[in-house]
Design a protein around this ligand. Structure first.
Ligand code: SF4
Length: 406
């Protein structure tokens, strides 16, 4: 019997999909490619954007058209947040939220009870919490995933040990809102960092107002923590931030960014920005562009605002036309290209530690993609000097002669 798992959305979904694959394998199923016919197709969905929901619906129709006898399981945030729409997709089985196992598995395993060796051996995601207690006006996640639930430090350490034991050198701490981790994010980072074999700990997205300078100082004492901070900005305009029900001003965000750079001088700051939030004027959008330029992000994920039924923002007046939102996304992407080029330029001539994901490709601690012209052992950590910058990556050479002999 064969199965496939297709993932939409965030790192938490990717993490949960690894767990689903593990459950299926332990139930005797064999993983297959999506292009092959399988007995069960599991779709771990996302509800955050309309586009993602459209892709899920399209995939279900395609699978059922090509193989009407296959069993399509739809799980994840989409059926949890929009059960009526999900019921109309044609999926055979609908699991709102996390897929916990086939009915034949008794007792059904907890989503955390099976650790999942993840596809590439260098970097692994580790989920420390689920849910969010905030109410950002545009976000459907609290409805889909509920309130904050945190795992214990003990459980987190056991999973980190397992992941390090199967060869993952870098652990990405992930969750829906990791800053809301109950017994402090700093404790979770340090607990993971002290596991044998863990050489790097990376943080996923951070809420700018939920991390104090004291936390940042404590994080700076942890040499394994990568100098890469993804602070969710969403808008650089205070009036838009208020309408979004975000809990900080642009000024407070800038202070937080300065504090991080003070304690992590070689850090990369990355962010998410939503273009075209309801009522966003030309002036407000210009404030966002200017603010992003002032911070100098190394990377920006720019999204067009997508109204999600059941959120406050979907009911707001002043919804902008798709074309205008797309134009603003394009402007943000253009700015991102310039900021990224500046960031890469500043790296030239500096020494960076690179974790090799393939013989010729890896990432620095601040998550810069690095290409090399000589081969290094996969999953090795190599000290390099950055020699040049292209549009999407930098090139580097090793500071010693430890390249692969093969
Ligand atoms: S902090 Fe806001 S955007 Fe992030 S998950 Fe919670 S409600 Fe959604």
């Amino acid at each position: 019997m064969y199965f496939t798992v297709t993932t939409f959305g965030c790192k938490v979904n990717q993490y949960e999909s690894s767990g689903i694959s593990e459950i299926m394998k332990q139930s005797g199923y064999i993983p297959a490619e999506l292009t092959h016919s399988a007995d069960i197709h599991i779709i771990n969905s996302c509800a955050v954007t309309e586009n993602s929901v459209r892709k899920v619906k399209g995939l279900i129709s395609r699978i059922k058209r090509e193989n009407p006898l296959t069993n399509v399981v739809l799980c994840g945030c989409f059926p949890k947040a929009f059960p009526v729409q999900a019921a109309e997709t044609g999926a055979d089985t609908i699991v709102p939220g996390i897929f916990k196992g086939l009915d034949t598995i008794k007792p059904p395993p907890s989503p955390y009870s099976l650790y999942s060796p993840q596809s590439e051996r260098t970097r692994a995601f580790l989920k420390i919490q689920d849910g969010c207690n905030r109410c950002c006006a545009y976000c459907i996640i609290p409805k889909a995933r509920g309130r904050v639930k945190s795992r214990s430090i003990d459980e987190i350490q056991k999973e980190a040990s397992f992941l390090a034991g199967v060869g993952h050198k870098e652990i990405v701490i992930t969750g829906i809102n990791i800053c809301a981790y109950q017994s402090s994010l700093v404790k979770a980072v340090k607990a993971v960092a002290q596991i044998d074999g863990v050489r790097r700990v990376r943080l996923s997205s951070l809420e700018p107002d939920m991390i104090s300078e004291e936390d940042i100082i404590s994080l700076a004492e942890c040499p394994e923590l990568c100098e890469h901070f993804h602070l969710s900005l969403q808008s650089g305009s205070d009036t838009v931030l208020t309408r979004m029900n975000r809990k900080y001003t642009a000024r407070e965000f800038a202070v937080q960014a300065e504090t991080i750079m003070k304690h992590f001088p070689s850090a990369a700051l990355t962010t998410d920005i939503i273009a075209g939030f309801p009522g966003e004027t030309e002036e407000e959008f210009a404030e966002t562009l200017n603010f992003a330029k002032k911070i100098g992000f190394a990377k920006v994920h720019a999204f067009a605002f997508s109204p999600r039924e059941g959120t406050a923002a979907a009911k707001m007046t002043g919804q902008l036309p798709k074309k205008l939102k797309a134009e603003r996304v394009a402007q943000l992407q253009q700015l991102e290209g310039t900021m990224r080029a500046d960031f890469f330029e500043r790296l030239i001539g500096t020494e960076r530690e690179v974790l090799m994901e393939t013989p010729f490709f890896g990432h620095t601690r601040c998550y810069t993609p690095i290409r090399t012209t000589v081969a290094y052992e996969r999953n090795s950590i190599v000290e390099m000097t950055v020699t040049d910058a292209e549009r999407d990556y930098c090139t580097a050479i090793s500071n010693s002669l430890n390249q692969c002999s093969s």
